[in-house]
Design a protein around this ligand. Structure first.
Ligand SMILES: *Cc1c(COP(=O)(O)O)cnc(C)c1O
Length: 708
């Protein structure tokens, strides 16, 4: 699973946790059953706050637990942020606190105690507990190893237990009772940054680091058992009236660890907005409680909105959610990055699906697409394209180099990833670690791969006449030797056709010869008793021109993106729809008077008064500089505008004299449609004197890529 996805489950559970916290403070079932309410608010809902501690532990403390040389940057960044939120929350609750008479007997000591431990309002203890807990764990990590820290955190938790749920056991023990009385002078509860938070901060850091995917049944069983134990524990303590408070239980620790592991295996997209909503619900709900009570009194409906605990709870939750969403949307609206602010690529999902379906229709069932997503998926964005294709059932890809494969894996792309090109022996570990399949590019390379010493998945490349990569097809004895290399797991055998794009007599004959050579190798291997798992010969052109060569995979590249290398071919395969559009903003519109020049090197001089626009894209984005000087055009409001002067690295000047209503901020289309007009990749390739593949694959990393 991708790094990112591991956290989507956590983000969703934050919402549940926030709703549980509201339950603690509103006792939804109190009107109906004391025991049911005890179960909901004093047992079940008690997982909420430890969960937040664990998330903090995972994201803030992991580095400190595992890497002794870590700078403290992240820690202080977290503390600063939390202090800021806490400060804001304190301010919000000043009026409510005054109204509730919280500050009546305030002195310096009680103010410090309030700010450092108890919080200035009943739910705000969480923020100082986070800050002191994180600092405390950090200091421990400077002095001792993980085992020592765990022991201390567990011991402190035990101390905390006796000040919380187990208080009844020690309150009459002579010395202990005095000690606890003294502690309670310093803070009202032991559920704070020293006794409560550390164990969960550390557990979060330890649990979050491991990959727990694929062990769900075990986690569910563990969670069930430990939760039942916690329920029994809590009811027992409750029955014997031992609890001074009810935040801490013995079984809460295993409950949290199992729960957290389960949440990490919940395959969901991370969501910043849910994160923010949950936080604001947490901060705001006590104020909402006050407001609901006040409001109900004003409209004389306390019986419904206050006395009916369930209605009260839902009202508070709903209004808190509403407020929290409003604030979160406001904040995220202000901070949102606009990918279409400068220059960007739009990926047409429907076109991509259409092309995949069309290519599939040309292939027999047993032959699967193995799209080429090398060179950032021909400029389209490899991760984005791979993810889109995964959704329509594609589960094999090919890339040019190992790092391209690693990038896909890191973003959660599963399935087979075949590296078509050379991987340096020093990078063999990437093949192993990220489960990439390597092409064996000749006999000597096979030996190197085998010497790496760990089992690597490979496809054997056969050179049937392109004379680029692959072992020469006539060297059948060498090819057989790959099967005896103990560390090579041979998953496939393939060749690349170099003239399948043309139906000239010579090219056709050559392609048939290549195919013949390939099958000769296959048959010879079979004759000698070697298996040939997956075979593949086709890329885009051979899917279209030589459908009979379909085997197990078809390595479709350019055709999948809806263009072919040249204009004539694209014309012929009209069913393919271009996937990519290239767009940029207009930065400024201005006058250029007769005789004035524009751009570098006086590249253009106006013969008459004209209106020009500066477009925010240049050769630094992959827009070919050879389109300078009136060769290239862009579309604005459905009209053509010629490029004038020399294309710059980041900007291009165009003539908009004939186009009305052009203004800064407008959209210019460099590839794609605008109104009735269209500029195709083929047009640009022709103007630049190259093939579409080059234009597309050179589109820069600076461009944003979005799916439409
Ligand atoms: C790039 C490449 C492909 C894909 O080629 P297209 O013509 O774009 O379909 C297939 N096989 C190999 C070996 C490649 O290098």
């Amino acid at each position: 699973m991708s790094e990112g996805k591991k956290y989507g489950g956590l983000d969703r559970f934050r919402m549940i946790a926030a709703i549980l916290v509201i339950a603690i403070h509103t006792s939804p079932l109190a009107s109906f059953s004391g025991n049911a309410d005890f179960f909901l608010t004093r047992i079940l809902a008690r997982i909420a706050v430890p969960f937040f501690f664990m998330v903090t532990g995972q994201f803030v403390m992991t580095d400190y637990l595992y890497d002794n040389d870590m700078a403290s940057g992240r820690l202080f960044q977290y503390i600063r942020k939390t202090a800021l939120v806490y400060g804001l929350a304190v301010m919000i609750y000043v009026p409510v606190g005054i109204y509730a008479g919280h500050y009546k007997s305030l002195n310096i000591i009680s103010a410090i105690r309030m700010i450092v431990f108890d919080g200035t309002f009943y739910h705000l203890w969480y923020f100082p507990a986070c800050i002191t807990g994180v600092l405390f764990v950090y200091l421990m990590s400077r002095c001792m190893g993980r085992k020592g820290m765990m022991a201390i955190a567990a011991a402190l938790y035990a101390v905390g237990l006796f000040g919380d749920s187990y208080y009844g056991l020690i309150k009459d023990v002579p010395i202990l009772s005095v000690m606890y009385e003294f502690m309670f002078q310093l803070f009202s509860y032991t559920r704070n940054g020293f006794f409560f938070a550390p164990v969960f901060l550390i557990s979060g850091a330890l649990t979050g680091r491991k990959n727990h995917v694929g062990k769900k049944p075990g986690q569910i069983f563990g969670l069930t058992v430990s939760f039942l134990a916690m329920t029994a524990e809590a009811f027992t303590l409750h029955y014997f009236k031992l609890q001074r408070h009810d935040s801490m239980y013995l079984a809460l620790i295993p409950v949290m660890i199992f729960l957290y592991r389960l949440l990490l295996s919940w395959d969901k997209k991370p969501s910043r907005i849910l994160r923010n909503i949950a936080m604001w619900m947490y901060i705001l709900h006590p104020a909402v409680i006050v407001a609901v009570r006040g409001g109900a009194r004003v409209i004389h409906m306390t019986a419904l909105f206050v006395d009916n605990s369930l209605v009260h709870y839902f009202t508070v939750t709903f209004l808190s959610g509403l407020w929290a969403s409003a604030i979160s949307c406001f904040i995220s609206g202000k901070r949102k990055i606009n990918p279409t602010g400068r220059a960007w690529i739009e990926i047409d999902r429907a076109a991509l699906r259409n092309n995949a379906a069309f290519l599939r229709s040309k292939l027999p069932k047993r032959c699967r697409l193995m799209p080429a997503v090398k060179a950032d998926a021909y400029g389209h964005g490899a991760v984005l394209i791979a993810k889109e294709l995964t959704r329509i059932g594609v589960d094999a890809f090919c890339v040019a180099c190992a790092l391209e494969g690693v990038k896909l894996r890191k973003k959660g792309v599963k399935g087979e990833i075949l590296v078509l090109g050379y991987t340096h022996p020093e990078e063999f570990f990437l093949l192993y670690r990220y489960r990439l399949t390597q092409t064996v590019i000749d006999y000597a390379y096979g030996v190197q791969l085998n010497e790496y010493g760990r089992r690597l998945h490979v496809h054997i490349g056969i050179d049937t006449g392109m004379h680029r990569l692959g072992e020469r097809s006539e060297n059948i004895d060498f090819i057989c030797k790959f099967y005896h290399m103990e560390n090579l797991k041979i998953d496939g055998l393939f060749t690349h056709l170099c003239a399948a794009d043309s139906f000239g007599r010579k090219e056709q004959a050559y392609t048939n010869l290549q195919a013949e050579e390939f099958y000769k190798v296959v048959h010879e291997l079979q004759k000698r008793g070697y298996s040939c798992p997956k075979l593949h010969l086709q890329s885009s052109y051979s899917i279209l021109n030589y459908p009979e060569l379909a085997e197990n995979y078809a390595r479709a590249g350019i055709a999948l993106y809806g263009v072919l290398s040249t204009e004539e071919d694209t014309e012929e395969w009209k069913e393919l729809k271009p996937v990519l559009s290239l767009k940029a903003r207009i930065a400024a519109v201005k006058n250029l008077y007769a005789g004035e020049s524009a751009g570098y090197g006086l590249g253009f001089t106006a013969g008459h008064n004209m209106k020009i626009a500066v477009v925010t894209i240049g050769y630094g984005d992959g827009y070919p500089r050879s389109l300078s000087g009136g060769i290239g055009t862009v579309l604005i409001n459905g009209c053509k505008a010629f490029v004038i002067g020399r294309i710059c690295m980041d900007q291009t000047i165009v003539d908009v004299s004939e186009i009305s209503d052009v203004k800064a901020g407008d959209e210019a289309v460099l590839i794609g449609k605008s109104g009735e007009a269209e500029i195709s990749v083929c047009d640009i390739a022709k103007q630049a004197g190259t093939i579409t593949n080059e234009i597309l694959s050179r589109l820069g990393a600076r461009l944003e890529r979005i799916v439409v």
